[in-house]
Write a protein that binds this ligand. Structure first.
Ligand SMILES: Cc1cc2nc3c(=O)[nH]c(=O)nc-3n(C[C@H](O)[C@H](O)[C@H](O)COP(=O)(O)OP(=O)(O)OC[C@H]3O[C@@H](n4cnc5c(N)ncnc54)[C@H](O)[C@@H]3O)c2cc1C
Ligand code: SF4
Length: 324
């Protein structure tokens, strides 16, 4: 194994150059990367420390949206005035996760790329198709209580664990990246990849591409909310969560956005459930019907069937609360 090198950069072009080396990883807050290096799960040969890049700004955009720099910390985003006012779902999602100390370190870009909490992925002694492609998936017949029921494949059933990214999915955020080929913007529903037969490839990022910002569309006039259900009230990942945003027109729902967390291999946008709510008056029955649609393709494993009903109740309750 080659020795680990670290390059500290203060300029985006220098970061892109440094990351051209094979087996390099950007390090922002380090709360995912350093943990996984300690456990011998991620083994980069070069770390490109990007925490001094000038990518911390959170700004209003000309279309009344918000642009969040990739290095804005989770705390800075959650407490930002514009975010609290227009994107409550994002504030609630971020504050439901981790601890104050971790949120002060964790960054928007790093959160987008946090890795699954599947116990086999985090144990280098275990087989795991995501960590060692082709080695197998012990979770299929083993411990899978906290794993996914939507978007799974015969090769991987790992859950995407993030709260932030469920809210960003409901908000239809766009991700600005820069790489050797220039700059591009990726809609969040094109950013995450289903595991299919290559669970080791989690996003549509090219090697060495750097996330520089996340763009939120204008949401003035919408009501939004994040509800997270978990085994204990703090310091715990979601068993099921729902990020919802609705726009009301008098007594009916003019538009709706729904994403689910804790149940999908990617943050799970429920577009058919959204469509079912448009033009409908808010009611427990309408919300339960939307929840049935959102979970209709769910496939339980041996220990996680309970998540299907839990997610339906979570979504129904989140919609009731946001329209109350
Ligand atoms: C104890 C604990 C509890 C937690 N609980 C929760 C929780 O309840 N809910 C939740 O959602 N999260 C939770 N987390 C996860 C936490 O939110 C993430 O670890 C954090 O957001 C990652 O951000 P970071 O800046 O530290 O990323 P890093 O560790 O620096 O990086 C993570 C990955 O992203 C890559 N990367 C970072 N920035 C960029 C960039 N700009 N461009 C391209 N690649 C980049 C790195 O190369 C690395 O692969 C928890 C973490 C811990 C340790
Ligand atoms: S579910 Fe995915 S991450 Fe977990 S052991 Fe199987 S292949 Fe690995």
């Amino acid at each position: 194994m080659k020795p680990l090198t670290m390059t500290r950069v203060a300029d985006v072009d220098d970061a892109l150059l440094a990351a051209r080396a094979t087996s390099s990883q950007y390090c922002a807050g380090g709360t995912t990367l350093i943990d996984l290096m300690r456990q011998d799960v991620m083994r980069p040969e070069r770390i490109v420390a990007i925490n001094r890049l000038p990518l911390t700004a959170i700004e209003s955009t000309s279309d009344s949206g918000v642009r969040i720099g990739a290095l804005a910390t989770n705390s800075a985003v959650a407490h930002h005035e514009r975010v609290r006012e227009d994107y409550r779902v994002l504030t609630e999602a971020i504050l439901s996760g981790a601890t104050t100390q971790i949120r002060n370190m964790a960054t928007t870009g790093g959160n987008l790329l946090q890795r699954t909490r599947c116990i086999y992925f985090r144990d280098p002694q275990s087989a795991c198709n995501k960590r060692e492609p082709g080695s197998g998936c012990p979770a299929m017949t083993g411990y899978n209580r906290n794993l996914a029921v939507l978007g799974t494949s015969e090769h991987c059933i790992a859950t995407n664990p993030s709260d932030q990214n469920v809210a960003l999915t409901a908000l239809a955020a766009r991700i600005e990246v820069r790489g050797a080929g220039g700059a591009r913007t990726i809609a969040i529903d094109k950013f995450y990849r289903l595991p299919e037969d290559t669970p080791e490839i989690e996003t549509s990022l090219e090697p060495g591409e750097l996330i520089v910002a996340v763009m939120l569309p204008p949401m003035r006039g919408w009501h939004s909310h994040y509800l997270k259900l978990r085994d204990r009230q703090s310091y715990e990942f979601a068993l099921a969560s729902a990020a919802v945003a609705v726009k009301l027109d008098g007594k009916t729902i003019a538009d709706a956005r729904i994403a689910l967390g804790g149940v999908g291999t990617i943050p799970w946008r429920a577009s058919d459930a959204e469509a079912a709510l448009c033009g409908v008056a808010p009611s427990p029955d309408a919300f339960r019907a939307a929840a049935e649609i959102a979970l209709r393709d769910a496939r339980p494993q041996s220990e996680n069937g309970f998540k299907i009903e839990l997610a339906k109740r979570c979504l129904t309750q989140a919609l009731l609360e946001v329209t109350a």
